[in-house]
Design a binder for this molecule. Sequence first.
Ligand SMILES: [Zn+2]
Length: 529
Amino acid sequence: MRRLVCVEALALTACLVACKATPDDPLSKGVAALGGADTLGAAKTFLVKGTVKQWEPEQSVVAGGEPRLANESTFTLLTDLAAGTSRTDWERKYLYPTPRTYTFSEIVTPTAGYVAGIDSSGRTKQSQDSNPPAHTMSGLRLATSQREALRSSPVLLLSMSNARERVSPVADITVNGTAYPALEYKSGEQALTVLFDRQSGLPARIRSLDYDDIWGDVNYDLVLSDWRAAGKLQVPGTRKYELNGKTVSEVQVSDVEANAPVPAERVAIPGALLGTAAKPATSKVPYQWVVRRQFIGTYLDSDNPSFDTRAAVPGLKLSEVGAGIQQVLGGSHNSLLIEMKDHLIAFDAPVSDAQALWTLTAAKEKFPNKPVKYLVLMHHHMDHAGGLRAYAAQGATIVVAKANADHFRKVLAAPFTRNPHLAPKDLSATPIVDVADRHVLSDGTREVTLQVIENPHSVGMMYGYIADANLGWVTDLWSPGRDPLPEKLNPNQAALVAGVKKAGLVPAKFVSSHGSSGEFAALAALEGK
Ligand SMILES: [Zn+2]
């Protein structure tokens, strides 16, 4: 106890030294370097224009390889600092998963968020029911938008300087060999650490300690550079976002104008929708999921990341697709449970450990005393593998293509102390079965075959085949029940048809990771068209 008191006393002394406003403390220096408190305080609104390029490392072709280029976009951001409101007008040109352009506007206020237009291929019921398309933001997205607005605010340091009781010193943080003086700032539910450039005094990096479903505990940094004058203010022209040191977003600012007019109607949320809008979420915000699903234009803007909470029948459910075979439906991402003699096999662990835990509980109820012995991950993409820890923690062996085995070994060795759904545990010794070409899981009666196939979506993609049920499982290459049969096969569907024929394991029906299921013959008939 004595020791604790001592530590607290030391921390307090350190705080009095580092948090006190002196001309030399990092915050005072930072504010001065940006143009001074008076100049920053005089800026009541901002108009910012620029371009953005974004990448998704966990949607790469090769696990651990080049991050997938997701979109190239332009934006105009209008912020009213006193009111805490903003409007961003976007033109987002997505290159992945399919090329498309979304033109939409986001309005964020302290208590609600709103999107006018279509901003995702994963639209909520509210967006689909609205004419013209529009929806209110989930509390998860609103909290995320507010945190990211705070992180990139041109007056962040002034806000910190005006609320020093929420600023605490932290030890210098070394990045790429340079040690930066740093301060932590707590604002409501948000915590950001600002790293200062020792020479210029300017903020160099603004970090949050996030949780990522694949990599566990991660650093998410906004890296500021290319400083330039905007009136009497200094503003960064280049703003890069790094996830554990990998660039995932790069913003080039072309215009910054302080005190541009912000007409009230530009940042107003229509009254008809405002009444049911979510308040900002205050706990378990999956920031990385919310931010990065928007990078690829597939974010489902719902207060449950797995399914649309405003759907007619919200929630996940089991659906029997064969004897002892249950498909998990109801969300944006499906999975499959296969009953064996004394255990279960699961195909894919989509979204998060929260969805995995729901599936494990449902599996226990449906098939008592049959634990999930194998979790098969058909490919390495984050949205189909993010729940692997929940399975590993319950003792499942992970089955992946050989090409992805090293990747998943690293993933399972990564610390996950910030996991909101799972207690920390050492999962580094989780057994991994790697499949070079074909692998059969058998209990003497039922045979479940995993087959690696070549395709443009990802290296090390497998499909599943359950012979006795004449049933296949396909992840991402084909989404029957969601996408209508095309006139011509797209490259992923063509790869599936060719791969299945080559492998010689041809199911009558495929159940899938998105949508529901479809007859394979109907797809195969389109080959060559
Ligand atoms: Zn994928």
